[in-house]
Design a binder for this molecule. Structure first.
Ligand SMILES: Cc1cc2nc3c(=O)[nH]c(=O)nc-3n(C[C@H](O)[C@H](O)[C@H](O)COP(=O)(O)OP(=O)(O)OC[C@H]3O[C@@H](n4cnc5c(N)ncnc54)[C@H](O)[C@@H]3O)c2cc1C
Length: 404
């Protein structure tokens, strides 16, 4: 019998498995793909802006020092609105933090998490897929298929982190609300003539936000939102034409764009599970909330789910109580709700207000951007929201280990 069985070893599920390693619990991790195979959807070409708050969570898990060496930090963020006045800037120095955030390639993060899992405290059930779940009073039965063989695993708690299209969430009968943004994110790594000097850019354009995140080797990670109907044309451009089009959208703040790597696209939706708990199961990460990538909040929010759940499970392990108890899961859900609701509202409002040509709205957001820039408390509020510092600070978020 597992104390905790995690289904989905993407960035959120694997992070939870690493966080739980020091606890005296029997933990299992079910993942559909071996790490490193092309089909694995979590560890692909995208880069992730980890907030300063997330870096503290990884510090609490004891993996930050290893991860930090392969990352570029964000010291400055510049936010602007294409074709209109008004910009705002945020500075790590002004917020008294070593960095506003860090940029990590998702493959690099995945490699580190799976290296941490290789030490054996967590049983890896890979490659395996869950195809049925049955709730019982004392345990949940999880049916899996591994290499063509069917097996049934029992767990006191099932953690569902199998991503936005979560099959297990559906098996548990949890509904979702879903709205298509009619936008697609195009990602690629690009190089500019000017060095990035640890500056990230978020530029709002009529078709959606365009972000540049500073990467190692002087590269930038580009996340360029397009209207659904326009993305194919940009994907088909040769490199020179692609860079010319990007230059027109972004301008010359970084000099000339000189190089572009492989491109990929992601359709963008807002999706939220109607509830996160069903019997002895709890839904976390993208399986619970999938967001627009504007301001890079999705994984950061999922890592705060991880930190909260890990803290409650550490308390249960310490007391020898049931990790799948109704009260524990209800407490988890109640503690996470305010943060999740605030981040969903924040990202959704940004996308709606800024992906709009309506003149009075354009004027209002120019005033808004200038106000944020000029009024220190507003700028500070915005920076701390983005850094994951306004939310409830769990032990891991304070950089502390789970064990007292
Ligand atoms: C273009 C883009 C840019 C982004 N940028 C940022 C950013 O800068 N900052 C940020 O914080 N977030 C960012 N995000 C969001 C971030 O990528 C997601 O929030 C994060 O990947 C969610 O991780 P997850 O583990 O919950 O889900 P996933 O990454 O979807 O992982 C789910 C895992 O479950 C496995 N699985 C699925 N079904 C089963 C099954 N039945 N049995 C076993 N295993 C199964 C899958 O193989 C996969 O490994 C971005 C997203 C996009 C699209």
């Amino acid at each position: 019998m597992f104390d905790v069985l995690i289904v989905g070893g993407g960035m959120v599920g694997a992070s939870l498995a690493v966080a739980l390693k020091p606890l005296n619990l029997k933990i299992g991790l079910i993942e559909a793909f071996n790490f490193g195979v092309a089909e694995q959807p979590s560890y692909d070409d995208r880069s992730i802006a980890l907030s300063y708050g997330s870096s503290r969570i990884y510090q609490g898990m004891g993996v930050w020092n290893k991860l930090r060496s392969g990352l570029e930090s964000i010291q400055h963020i510049h936010v602007s609105d294409q074709g209109h006045f008004g910009a705002t800037r945020m500075e790590a120095v002004e917020e008294h933090v070593p960095a506003l955030g860090y940029v990590v390639e998702s493959r690099v993060l995945g490699k580190l998490l799976y290296e941490e899992l290789a030490s054996g405290e967590v049983e890896q059930i890979v490659p395996a897929k869950v195809f049925a779940v049955e709730q019982g009073a004392d345990a949940v039965k999880v049916s899996i298929e591994r290499n063509g063989v069917v097996d049934v695993l029992n767990a006191r708690l099932l953690v569902v982190s199998d991503g936005a299209n979560s099959g297990v969430r559906n098996m548990l009968g949890i509904d979702v609300t879903r709205r298509e943004y009619q936008q697609t994110a195009l990602i690629a790594n690009v190089t500019t003539a000017e060095p990035h000097r640890n500056t990230a850019y978020e530029r709002f354009t009529a078709s959606g936000p365009l972000a540049l995140l500073p990467l190692t080797e002087g590269r930038y990670s580009l996340v360029w939102t397009h209207r659904v109907e326009d993305v194919a044309a940009t994907m088909q451009l040769n490199d020179a034409d692609f860079l010319r089009k990007l230059q027109l959208e972004f301008g010359y703040r970084q000099g000339v764009f000189t190089k572009v790597g492989q491109r990929a696209t992601y359709p963008l939706v807002l999706q939220k599970a109607a509830r996160e708990v069903a019997g002895r199961a709890v839904v976390i990460g993208n399986a619970s909330h999938a967001l627009h990538p504007v301001t890079g909040q999705g994984l950061n929010l999922g890592l705060r789910d991880v930190a909260q759940l890990a803290e409650l499970l550490a308390e249960a392990a310490h007391e020898g109580s049931d990790p799948g108890a109704t009260e524990l899961l209800a407490r988890y859900e109640a503690l996470r709700k305010p943060d999740q609701q605030a981040v969903v509202r924040y990202t959704d409002t940004l996308v709606r207000v800024f992906s709009n040509d309506f003149a009075p709205l354009a004027h209002a957001r120019a005033v808004g951007l200038m106000a944020v820039d000029r009024i220190a408390p507003l700028r500070h509020w915005n920076a701390r929201q983005g850094m994951g510092m306004r939310q409830r600070q769990t032990r891991l978020a304070r950089g502390l280990g789970l064990k007292r």
